[in-house]
Design a binder for this molecule. Structure first.
Ligand SMILES: [Mg+2]
Length: 290
């Protein structure tokens, strides 16, 4: 399932809470509401800087791929998720789907313009439309991986029920799909593995690891790489301290400024809080110059 996205607020509420935010000379159109996601979605859709950041990530990963293939002990699963020796297993890479290999910014742009927020119904309709484009740079990497005999596994929190439209979208943009088994969605059963919640990915990573040596992982969320058992700012800091050295070598993070677990981490993961309270917590999490 697509992660929950932030809610838009009335500009007046924003100004009351922010205090120090300067009011624009006038709104773009009378009555228009401010949307906290406008700049982030616009950056993904209108900037060459976003394209460059994505391309350089996939290109840098490709430069490491032959080194990873040549080293039988190179594996991108954390030791706690690796129960079997990887050396003699066929190679694979694990990629997340949304904002890693497929660009859903048109869905988000639709919400910004309509003044709506994420819900599972509109998200499911967008998945069924199958109109997401490939993230810049991903086709070159995955095709090169396929040519080297590396299987690409798509480990996503799209649901298992969304397998067919998701695989159709992946194929439509030219991503390699070795078979239905390469889609591991939310709800996939993994014998012998118990996970904390259906959205956690560690069991599905272990499943890939049982049959393959995982050369690299790609995602746009920390949880795409390792279990985030404590989604708080200190908990996330600890994970980066422990595993950060793998980024740029075995783990590759794609830029996604539009949503992610970094947001609820600053308001206690309490989505029942009203939007104003969520936003107030975000403002308190800022670190202004002193
Ligand atoms: Mg994602």
């Amino acid at each position: 399932m697509h992660p929950t996205l932030p809610r838009s607020l009335l500009l007046a509420s924003v100004l009351v809470l922010a205090g120090c935010v300067h009011q624009p000379a006038r709104l773009a159109s009378p009555g228009a509401q401010a949307d906290d996601n406008l700049n982030a979605v616009l950056w993904m859709q209108a900037s060459q800087e976003y394209r460059a950041a994505s391309i350089q990530t996939w290109r840098a990963a490709l430069l490491q791929l032959d080194r990873a293939l040549a080293d039988p002990h190179w594996d991108a699963l954390v030791p706690s998720e690796r129960a079997n020796p990887p050396a003699d297993l066929p190679p694979a890479v694990i990629v997340d789907i949304d904002e890693t290999v497929l660009d859903n910014s048109p869905y988000q742009a639709r919400m910004v313009l309509d003044g709506t927020t994420y819900d599972s119904g509109t998200w499911a309709a967008w998945v069924d439309e199958g109109k997401a484009d490939a993230i810049p740079g991903v086709l070159e990497f995955t095709r090169a991986a396929q040519a080297r005999g590396v299987t690409v596994f798509y480990l996503s929190n799209r649901t298992e029920a969304q397998q067919a439209p998701s695989l159709a979208n992946l194929r439509k943009v030219g991503l390699p799909v070795a078979g239905e088994h390469v889609f591991l969605g939310k709800g996939a059963e993994v014998p012998g593995c118990t996970q904390a919640s259906s959205g956690d990915k560690q069991c599905r990573r272990q499943l890939v690891g049982r049959s393959h040596r995982v050369l690299m992982q790609f995602g746009d969320q920390l949880g795409d790489f390792v279990e985030v058992s404590d989604n708080t700012p200190p908990g996330r800091d600890r994970l980066m301290s422990e595993h950060g050295d793998w980024f740029g070598e075995r783990w590759w993070m794609l830029p996604n400024p539009t949503y992610g677990d970094w947001q609820p981490a600053v308001f206690g993961n309490d989505w029942s809080l009203p939007p104003q309270a969520q936003r107030a917590a975000k403002l308190r999490a800022l670190r202004p110059a002193r």
